[in-house]
Write a protein that binds this ligand. Sequence first.
Ligand SMILES: Cc1ncc(COP(=O)(O)O)c(C=O)c1O
Length: 356
Amino acid sequence: MNLNRMLYTVGPVHVGEDTLQSMTKPIITHRCKEYKELHAGIVEKIRKALNTDMEVFLVGGSATVMLEAAIRNGVREKTVGITNGSFGNRSIELGELNGKTVDKVQVPWGMAMRPEHIADRVTKDVEAVHWVSNESSTGVFSDSVALANEVRAQNPDSLIFVDAVTSAFAMDINLKDMDADSVVFGTQKALALPPGLAVMLCSERLLEKAKSVPNRGFYTDLLKIKKQSDDSYALTTPPVSLMYGLDYQLDKALAEGMPARYRRHQEMADLVRNWADKRLEGVFPEAGYQSNSIGVVNRGALDFNDFHSKLKSKGYEISNGYGEVKEKTFRIGHMGDTTPEGIKALLSVMDEILEE
Ligand SMILES: Cc1ncc(COP(=O)(O)O)c(C=O)c1O
């Protein structure tokens, strides 16, 4: 098995040697002083990097566990779910499978979700509105601040849940202005770590609401998680090695500076977009709302499987299309520790294959 490939996938993404090394420290128990310091340090660094004073919950599991927690803690009956792709659809399914009524707002794939799409939908009985900030199936980055403002204008009591799985740490999601109640991401995307840890930024409002919502579960009970988190502990056994890695990656992000980090992601996205315009049929998402972490390229007549196996034999891996646009597109992940130089190298190998 040859695993010696550079990943330009949409997550998990490439994890650097230095990051892997940072996770090889001795395992500590999660009730000791050193653990508390590690946990508290991570929380503070996330707050600093993302410029927020929200609660930061760290939970072993993939991001979905905390997307589920938001619904289970914040909603008794009804939500509005806006979707423009596979992960938006999943958030609706997640609400329904937890027994909630989800009023689905369908936005065409490839288009951004806009305030007008939810006109008159956020009625008084709507307890939460949820959507995906950066839709990983289509590469659309919607304006979550504008959506959140529209929710507040219609029903100030509605909670706001944002899936920031592929935008946090790659693009400025402006948490202060968004003022959401739950913002969720994981380690395997723009933090460039192995999968296995979910992060939820949580508002006081959501915690208050949770007190009156039954069946929050155990693992997903935000009140239990908060009680432990107040003491810099996790509710259940946390993936300590991954937390060493997270602490290391946060130091790196803070040293780079978040504005510089966001610019680097923008630069990588521009390279991919220009390449897609020149070599294939451009990118799939509408202009003005294109993701800086995932390039979704219109593949035209390209035989993706053949192209991808040649690419893999040259040491690179990208991602297939996803959901409804699986056969029409492919995806290049450019997030985490990847660089414009790395993207240029990838694109030149892709050029070579196209020219063969
Ligand atoms: C936008 C988005 N939301 C949610 C998920 C699910 O995340 P996880 O697999 O970490 O639970 C993904 C995974 O690719 C995603 O891209």
